[in-house]
Design a protein around this ligand. Structure first.
Ligand code: B12
Ligand code: SF4
Ligand code: SF4
Length: 377
């Protein structure tokens, strides 16, 4: 049978789970996506709003589609990644970003799998991973690959929370699989652990408060009230995934290009703060981290330095007070405001404010001086 032959081929290529949904299988998604966008929960991800119509329904994206194949690739870590959050002088990089960019890895495999299908079924195919306007999570739930947990990520009975998703749309008629049902029950671990309270309600995420959005997608200054909750997470966050009890069935990922690289876990903040643009590019070449660019990455590192409580790291922040990027200077000010005495902050402010013409950086200086004064009075 065509479907069976395809599933076997996809598994040989490294996909861990492969299931099929009909294109009309997510009737609630358009309304829910609309509500999410209207609430502004997408923040500055304008592309989510711009593509909403095509995203909400596979048939709008491609009217000829007859079957939607959802494929999952397990990237389960070998140890509990959250243990690294206690190492305050080191930066936490999310598990998904500790090796090659998954888009590159999955896209290659999807193309091969789709090529097989196209040749066997004489059908048209299109492949999607993450960046296309496709609602991969509700489609994966409809195909029975897992269910959207209260943290909105798809959880699988077999692989827990550590699954990347990819999709193949095809004009071939394939038999659909049964949808998965919600297995969260009364659990709310993922909601309660979130350091920045990013869930206004179960099954709803306000991306503007999510550390993953703030440290990866958001290009501007990170709102002050959210900085303490970020802790030492410098690229993404895994808290809501890692606490899920369904991870007791998780297995370590078998794709070599996605297995955690030791040099991308628990990185010394001191070393990272010294990266200039060329060094940043070399260090993170081929990984998802390169996406933020050096300035946004150093912004995140400075927030972690400010949260470290480690005065030995203040020298790095002091040096970055004179960085060319206002995004970096502003967070250097915030970091020294958290690590140095009010006298020291006032002294550095007096030296810098004379030349500082960026209004956001000037505002950070004003707030740093006000909060250091509050701390001593
Ligand atoms: C935008 C985006 C983000 C944004 C917003 C996340 C979000 N939850 O929407 C940000 C930058 C924050 C983000 C973060 C992460 N992301 Co992301 N992201 C996406 C992207 C591109 C689109 C998601 C989307 O459509 N959001 C719009 C909202 C409306 O959709 P939704 O979350 O499905 O919302 C549903 C629920 O709210 C539900 N709902 C609403 N009310 C109710 C009520 C009830 C009772 C129920 C049952 C449901 C329900 O209905 C909505 C529609 O189904 C997808 C790739 C893709 N093309 O699908 C990857 C994707 C979701 N991300 C992924 C990953 C891995 C992550 C991170 C874990 C990365 C990290 N470690 O830092 C975090 C997880 C954070 C989290 N808790 O979600 C994976 C998830 C894989 C999986 N197993 O589910 C995806 C699928 C990429 C991929 N191809 O593998 N991401
Ligand atoms: S990824 Fe982190 S910040 Fe985002 S919702 Fe999950 S726990 Fe909260
Ligand atoms: S932690 Fe609990 S509530 Fe959250 S997804 Fe897992 S089972 Fe569901």
């Amino acid at each position: 049978m065509l479907k069976q032959a395809f599933v076997e081929r996809a598994r040989t290529l490294g996909f861990d789970t492969v299931r099929v949904a009909k294109p009309d299988a997510i009737p609630l998604a358009p309304e829910r996506l609309k509500a999410w966008l209207e609430a502004g929960h997408h923040g500055s991800m304008e592309w989510m709003a711009e593509t909403a119509e095509r995203r909400a329904d596979p048939r709008t994206l491609w009217p000829e589609v007859r079957s939607v194949i959802l494929l999952g690739l397990n990237y389960g870590p070998t140890d509990d990644p959250l243990a690294e959050l206690a190492q305050k002088d080191r930066g936490y990089i999310s598990v998904y970003a500790r090796n090659r960019d998954y888009h590159d890895v999955i896209k290659g495999k999807l193309k091969e799998a789709a090529g097989f299908l196209a040749s066997k079924a004489s059908s048209d195919v299109k492949v999607f991973v993450d960046t296309a306007p496709v609602m991969e999570k509700p489609l994966a739930e409809a195909a029975g690959l897992g269910w959207q947990g209260k943290h909105t990520v798809v959880v699988s009975r077999e692989f827990g929370d550590w699954l990347f998703l990819g999709a193949i749309f095809t004009t071939a008629e394939l038999p659909a699989d049964e949808p998965e049902r919600d297995r969260c029950g009364s659990c709310r671990r993922c909601l309660d652990i979130c350091p920045t309270n990013a869930f206004p309600a179960p099954y709803q995420l306000d991306a503007r408060r999510c550390i993953s959005y703030l440290t990866i997608e958001h290009k501007g200054h990170i709102p002050e009230e959210l900085r303490p909750g970020i802790g030492n997470r410098i690229f993404g966050c895994d808290d809501c995934l890692a606490v899920c009890p369904w991870n007791k069935f998780a297995q370590a990922g078998r794709e070599a290009r996605l297995v955690q690289r030791e040099d991308l876990a628990a990185l010394p903040l001191k070393e990272l703060a010294q990266l200039d643009d060329p060094a940043f590019r070399v260090r993170f070449a081929g990984t998802p981290v390169k996406r933020t660019g050096r300035d946004r990455f150093i912004r995140n590192v400075l927030i972690a330095i400010g949260n470290s409580g480690d005065a030995a790291l203040a020298d790095e922040a002091l040096r970055l007070l004179d960085d060319a990027a206002p995004l970096v200077r502003a967070m250097a000010v915030w970091a020294i405001g958290r690590l140095l005495s009010s006298e020291a902050v006032a002294r550095h402010a007096a030296e810098r404010l004379e030349h500082e013409d960026d209004p956001d950086v000037r505002e950070e200086w004003r707030r740093a001086m006000a909060s250091s004064l509050e701390a001593v009075t």
